[in-house]
Write a protein that binds this ligand. Structure first.
Ligand code: SF4
Length: 416
C-alpha cells in the first residue's frame, strides 16, 4: 500500500494535506540593516551574509513555496505579504527577481500584495521596482519622528530618513501605504504620540498600525532598563498616549478595526484580516508560522529560527485540537471591531454562540459593543478590546469545561 504524500510532499509524518482551499502566503525575509535595541523578531544583520548566500537563501524560500503549492494545491492565493526583517535591505534587483519569481507559480494573482520596507533603505529605484513586481501596498516602519525615541529604539533611521522616505512615497508611489508607529516610550508625553500620527496622516496614510513599546527580555533595551540607565515604560502614560492617539485617528475617519490597527474605509489590511478570521495561510521562511487544513484537522507549522542557504528547513508541526482552535477563533475574533460572526461560528463549530457563552457575555456585558440581544456579531468595545485578556479568561473557562472535541468544519467552503 502506498502512503499518500503528506504536507511536505514526503510520506511518513502522518498528515495528508487538504487540497483545493484558498490560502494566503507570508514570506519572511530575515535580514535588516542592523538589529534594533527592542527587537525580538527573527532578523539578522544583512552585512553578515555574502550576496551569494542571500541568492541561495532566496532560492530556498522559493523551494519551500513550491513544495507548499504542489502539496496543498491551493485554489487561490487571496493575499501575499513579504515582510521581515526588512525586505528593502536586499539589493533592489535581487528583490525584484525574487518577487516576480514567487508570484509566478501562485494559483491566482493576489488581490493584495504587501511589502514591508524601512525608511533608510527606501529609494526611487526601489519604489519603481516594487511597481514592476506588482506590489500593491507598502508597509513602512516609521515608528516615530522623534530623534530621542528613534535613538532609544536603536533604529537605523534618523528623523530625516523618515521625512525623506515619505517625500519619496509622495512623488513616486501611487499604491496603498501603511505606516507603523510606536508609542509608550520611557519619558514620552502622550501628546508626542499625536505629533507622529499627524505627520503620517499628512503623507496620505490609508492605514496605520500603532503599537505600544513592549520591552522583551533578552533585548539590549531590556538590559539598558535593567541596569537603570533608562526608566521602564510607564503603563499609565502609555495608556494615555493610546487613548489620545485612538481618538485623534478615529476623529479623522480611521476606524480602529483591530486592537492596534486603524484604517480609512476600504484600506484595511486584507492579509491580516484573513489571519484574524483564521483563514488558512502558509508562512514561508525562518520563524514563520502557518495554519493549514489537513484531512484530519488543522495543523500549525513553525519555521525554525535559523537561516539556511541550501534546503528549506523542516518546520515544527503541531496538531491544533478542536478545543485550541475554538480558543484561537474567540481570541482572534474579539480583537477585531467587527467581532465574531455568530452564524459562521455555528457553521464551523456547530455551537450556538450565545447559548454556549451566555455567562461570559453577561459577565462582560459592559464591554460588549452591541447589547442587542443575540446580535449577529459579538464584538467588544474599544475598551473591551484593550482589556481582552481578562475577558478571554471567562470564555476560555467555558471552553475548558466543554472539553470541546469537535465537530470542526474548517475551512468552510463558502468562506473561501
Ligand atoms: S527593522 Fe524591524 S525586524 Fe529589523 S531589527 Fe528593527 S525591529 Fe527588528
Amino acid at each position: 500500500m502506498t502512503e499518500e504524500p503528506d504536507f511536505q510532499g514526503r510520506s511518513g509524518t502522518g498528515f495528508t494535506a487538504r487540497t483545493g482551499c484558498p490560502a494566503s502566503v507570508y514570506i519572511h525575509i530575515p535580514f535588516c540593516g542592523a538589529k534594533c535595541a527592542y527587537c525580538d523578531f527573527f532578523s539578522l544583520p544583512v552585512n553578515n551574509f555574502s550576496a551569494g548566500f542571500i541568492e541561495n537563501f532566496l532560492e530556498s524560500l522559493f523551494a519551500e513555496l513550491e513544495v507548499f503549492l504542489e502539496t496543498w494545491k491551493p485554489s487561490a492565493c487571496p493575499t501575499l505579504y513579504v515582510g521581515g526583517g526588512s525586505p528593502s535591505v536586499l539589493p533592489p534587483r535581487t528583490l525584484l527577481r525574487f518577487l516576480r519569481k514567487v508570484r509566478k507559480p501562485l494559483p491566482s494573482q493576489p488581490e493584495e500584495f504587501t511589502l514591508e520596507a524601512n525608511p533608510e533603505s527606501l529609494t526611487e529605484e526601489f519604489l519603481c521596482l516594487c511597481r514592476e513586481a506588482g506590489v500593491s501596498r507598502l508597509s513602512l516602519g516609521l515608528q516615530t519622528f522623534n530623534p530621542r525615541f528613534l535613538k532609544l529604539l536603536g533604529r537605523e533611521a534618523a528623523p530625516e530618513d523618515n521625512h525623506r522616505a515619505l517625500k519619496l512615497l509622495d512623488r513616486h508611489w501611487t499604491g496603498e501605504r501603511s505606516f507603523d508607529l510606536m508609542y509608550g516610550f520611557p519619558g514620552q508625553k502622550p501628546e508626542e504620540a499625536i505629533e507622529d500620527a499627524r505627520e503620517a496622516l499628512d503623507h496620505g496614510a490609508g492605514h496605520i498600525s500603532a503599537y505600544s513599546l513592549t520591552v522583551e527580555e533578552g533585548t539590549p533595551l531590556f538590559r539598558t532598563i535593567q541596569k537603570g540607565h533608562l526608566p521602564p515604560p510607564n503603563d499609565d502614560t502609555a495608556e494615555d498616549a493610546h487613548l489620545l492617539l485612538s481618538s485623534f485617528l478615529t476623529e479623522r475617519g480611521y476606524a480602529n478595526y483591530e486592537i492596534s490597527n486603524y484604517a480609512l474605509a476600504g484600506k484595511e489590511c486584507r492579509h491580516n484580516t484573513r489571519y484574524w478570521k483564521l483563514h488558512p495561510y502558509r508562512g514561508i521562511g525562518p520563524a514563520a508560522v502557518s495554519t493549514l487544513p489537513t484531512a484530519t484537522g488543522p495543523i500549525r507549522l513553525s519555521g525554525k529560527r535559523s537561516v539556511s542557504a541550501s534546503c528549506p528547513p523542516e518546520p515544527d508541526i503541531e496538531i491544533i485540537s478542536p478545543q485550541d482552535f475554538l480558543k484561537d477563533y474567540i481570541l482572534m475574533g474579539l480583537r477585531t471591531q467587527e467581532g465574531i460572526d455568530t452564524k459562521t461560528f455555528f457553521r464551523i463549530f456547530h455551537l450556538d454562540f450565545y447559548e454556549t457563552f451566555s455567562h461570559a457575555v453577561q459577565k462582560n456585558i459592559r464591554f460588549m459593543a452591541n447589547n442587542e440581544h443575540r446580535s449577529l456579531y459579538c464584538a467588544l468595545t474599544p475598551k473591551g478590546r484593550r482589556l481582552l485578556n481578562p475577558i478571554l479568561i471567562d470564555f476560555f473557562e467555558k471552553i475548558d469545561r466543554l472539553a470541546y472535541r469537535g465537530p470542526l468544519d474548517w475551512p468552510l467552503a463558502t468562506e473561501q
